[in-house]
Design a protein around this ligand. Structure first.
Ligand SMILES: [Zn+2]
Length: 63
């Protein structure tokens, strides 16, 4: 996964990282991104809870 220096409060749920960042308009956004090399799972969410839920329910195909 590419480095995301703007991420704050990064946590890991299994292979998935959840990070909070601000979009171009200064609004909080939340991303869930899998760190497995061949997975490519990466999704943005409006709420931290939704991002963490997606991370917890992610079924990694690269494992
Ligand atoms: Zn994955």
């Amino acid at each position: 996964m590419p480095t995301q220096p703007r991420f704050r409060r990064v946590t890991r749920v299994g292979p998935v990282q959840v990070g909070t960042y601000y979009d171009g308009r200064g609004r909080e956004k939340h991303a869930a991104a899998c760190t497995a090399p061949r997975c490519g799972f990466s999704t943005d969410f409006d709420s931290r809870a939704a991002a963490e839920l997606a991370a917890r329910t992610h079924r990694c195909s690269a494992r």
